[in-house]
Design a protein around this ligand. Structure first.
Ligand code: PLP
Length: 731
């Protein structure tokens, strides 16, 4: 007999119908364009007229909409009012204040400039600007569907698009590809990471809570016979499983439990949710849940490469897990998670019954754009599963997620016309292999406001099994009480959030496809440009210069363990055959084409440090080297002080440090040795960082801009070396 729909199911059905209706209007198949010149405003605002037209289009639409909606409602601001001195004074103040603001805004950092080779951002796309502006006028709030009927659907579309690009299954019907994925927009990558950890924590303890509820609650007791598959494949019942068994179930196994209680034991889901309110870690915290654990179970841990973003320890602190419970696994000499060390930590967790909440793979680190060995991490999980240890794998692709587009074939006919010439590059074989496994992560952070070129705030989180979102829903996921609509807004940490961010991402994806023809084209060109920048920077010091530059990312010959002659040969090749050549000449040289993908970092961030010579002798002091690099950074950034305005700042880069605590002594000492420094100390080493998100850097209307950057950097380094050496001599 057909069961009547519950209110939850009715709501879900209505939402899906609404989604489908708006979707059919918003999502025109085969959309997307090819020409990069029309995607950004341009470093000299070359597309001013186009942007004006887009803004005008959005403004006219909005104003006409106000005029036409409720046509019989009265106006408030009459022509007479506009003639009053008070009104005119108000208008004047408004314009004056805006002038003041706009004048001050000229002191902002010019992200769009060729000279911006610093943090991970660049210009925002024209479609995202237009989408944001047009939507901002309506100011929808994606916290609830009733406050954002259109932009909530846009957020769902964007969530699906991101999941699809990452290789997750977004089809409801597809049984073979596993459960349907789900993604949404967060305010940033930090909050996406926090939510992923929150979901992983709740998932880890869900079955512990459920087993306790089944034991204690008469209404659930019949479910004690529920069969569960343990990490090693053994089948047992939930009442017989040990705490360790329950803490190591797979994600899909845990998420299937409520539905199975319903289908196999006829337990009503609302009733189950009500009962679980008194058992879930969400409600009773660690103290409450620990009461249900066998005595051999220790506190939980998380693991991530030591290069992970600081949002990870922050999230562990916020979630009551404790920042010290995040085990930072030291990285290898390429700044990628060291798989042997990860295994040691996992073995320790297994031996000591420490539940592992999650292992984070960073897909593009903040400071080196290094890609962790995701393929091996997945393999290692398989090995540990057999021994009964299981955990969530999260890919922090906050920065690297959009690079997936480089690997996706366009679904539509694409034009091959290039007005100017920057080749697109694909990622090297190692990186490509890790991306080929990204869809096996249980959750992925991917930020439109980073490599998606979308205005802030737009982070993103995708779950492979969409049901995972229910673990962090504070209102029951699909319960509709007729007042506040449950919607994408109920999942996660945030309350009010801009529908404009969803519209910006939606518009950008519509115009710039998430494949090789769109974002893949932009980021592929950035890859090419980053390799050229790396080549130019590492060869900028001549033997008789009073400075040296050491890139953290070693030459391929060095990485492959070749001897000094081969390394020198490769260096000379880069200096002669790549640096001075045009893009066309490089692409006509098979040796250069083969070398290019191996140069620099895994993505488009390069990391380097300058040292100086005093009377021809290379400095050995870490402190002095740090001072030099800090001074270079201050001269090439909007640091408070002398260089406080872009008009006085000829180029931008950023800085950080390699320290023993985060990277391990052997990693830091190795870099010190490469710089010629003494290693009889535990001082951190300053590093300079350049992110190349500019797809046009090497083919401006006047050719390659990199020589200008090298000129500026050289001049700055020479000035700073002279100052430092002068000061040292005086002292
Ligand atoms: C790898 C990685 N994860 C997370 C974040 C945090 O992102 P957000 O600054 O948007 O919070 C960053 C920021 O740089 C990052 O590089």
């Amino acid at each position: 007999m057909k069961q009547p729909l519950t209110s939850q199911q009715r709501f879900a059905r209505n939402l899906t119908q609404q989604h489908e209706e708006i979707l059919s209007k918003l999502k025109v198949k085969g959309t997307g364009s090819d020409d990069l010149a029309g995607w950004f405003l341009g470093p000299k605002a070359e597309n001013t007229q186009l942007l004006q037209e887009l803004i005008r289009q959005a403004l006219d639409n909005h104003c006409n909409d106000r005029k036409n909606l409720y046509p019989n409602d009265p106006v408030y601001v009459t022509e007479e009012m506009k003639q009053t001195p008070e009104y005119q004074q108000t208008v004047k103040i408004l314009k004056d204040k805006l002038d003041v603001l706009l004048e001050q805004l000229k002191g902002s950092v010019p992200f769009w400039s060729y000279r911006w080779q610093s943090h991970m951002n660049w210009d925002t796309t024209l479609p995202s600007m237009a989408g944001y502006f047009g939507t901002m006028l309506y100011n929808p709030n994606n916290v609830a569907a009733e406050a954002s009927p259109v932009t909530t659907v846009l957020e769902m579309i964007v969530g699906d698009e991101l999941c699809k690009m990452l290789g997750y299954n977004i089809s409801e019907e597809s049984q073979t590809q596993g459960p349907k994925a789900w993604g949404h927009i967060t305010c940033d990558g930090s909050i996406a990471n926090n939510e992923a950890m929150w979901a992983a924590r709740n998932l880890k303890y869900y079955s512990i809570s459920l087993a306790a509820a089944i034991k204690n609650e008469p209404l659930l007791q019949k479910a004690g016979a529920l069969k569960i598959s343990l990490a090693n494949g053994t089948v047992t019942t939930i009442s017989q499983a040990s705490s360790w068994d329950l803490l190591n179930l797979s994600v899909d196994e845990v998420l299937s439990l409520p539905d199975r209680l319903n289908s196999e034991f006829h337990i009503n889901l609302d009733l189950l949710n009500d009962i679980m309110e008194n058992y879930s870690i969400q409600n009773i915290g660690f103290d409450g849940v620990n009461k249900y654990l066998d005595s051999d179970i220790k506190s939980p841990v998380l693991m991530a490469a030591s290069t992970c973003h600081y949002s990870w320890p922050k999230s562990a602190a916020v979630l009551g897990i404790g920042a010290n419970s995040l085990i930072k696994v030291y990285v290898d000499e390429n700044a990628r998670l060291h798989i042997g060390r990860l295994k040691e930590e996992l073995q320790n967790a297994l031996d000591n019954r420490m539940p592992v909440l999650m292992v984070v793979a960073v897909i593009g680190t903040t400071e080196e754009s290094a890609v962790d060995p995701l393929k091996d991490i997945i393999q290692v999980r398989e090995e540990f599963r057999k021994q009964g240890l299981n955990f969530v794998i999260h890919s922090d692709a906050a920065w690297g997620g959009y690079f997936t587009a480089i690997l996706r074939q366009p679904e539509r006919q694409v034009s091959n016309r290039f007005v100017l010439y920057t080749p697109t590059l694909t990622m090297n074989a190692y990186v490509t292999e890790q991306y080929a496994h990204i869809h096996q992560s249980d959750s992925i952070t991917i930020d439109p406001h980073k490599a998606g070129y979308i205005p802030y705030p737009a982070g993103g989180l995708c779950y492979k099994n969409g049901a995972m979102r229910n673990l962090v829903a504070f209102a029951a996921p699909v319960v509709y009480h007729g007042g506040v609509d449950p919607t994408v807004g109920i999942y996660g940490l945030e309350g009010s959030k801009p529908g404009a961010a969803a519209a910006a991402a939606y518009m950008s994806h519509q115009v710039i496809p998430l494949d090789q023809s769109g974002y893949g084209q932009i980021l592929g060109k950035c890859l090419f440009n980053s390799k050229r920048l790396y080549s130019a920077f590492i060869t900028m010091a001549e033997p008789d210069d009073p400075f040296t530059i050491v890139p953290f990312q070693r030459l391929p010959a060095e990485k492959n363990g070749e001897g000094p002659d081969k390394i020198k040969q490769q260096y000379e090749f880069i200096k002669e055959e790549i640096v001075p050549k045009t893009n066309e000449e490089i692409m006509a040289d098979p040796q250069a084409v083969a070398l290019l993908p191996e140069l620099g970092s895994d993505q488009i961030i390069i990391t380097y440090t300058f040292n100086f010579k005093e009377n021809g002798v290379l400095n050995k002091s870490v402190d002095k080297l740090n001072e030099l690099n800090l001074n270079i950074f201050q001269a090439l950034s909007l640091s408070p002080g002398e260089h406080d305005h872009p008009s006085k700042t000829p180029m931008y880069l950023t800085q950080s440090q390699f320290d023993n605590e985060s990277y391990g002594k052997s990693f830091v000492d190795d870099y010190k040795k490469r710089l010629g420094l003494s290693i009889d100390n535990d001082e951190p080493v300053n590093i300079l960082i350049s992110t190349t998100m500019n797809p046009w850097l090497t083919d401006t209307s006047e050719g390659n801009f990199i020589p200008e950057l090298v000129k500026v950097l050289r001049q700055t380094v020479l000035e700073q070396v002279e100052k430092l050496v002068g000061a040292l001599e005086e002292a």
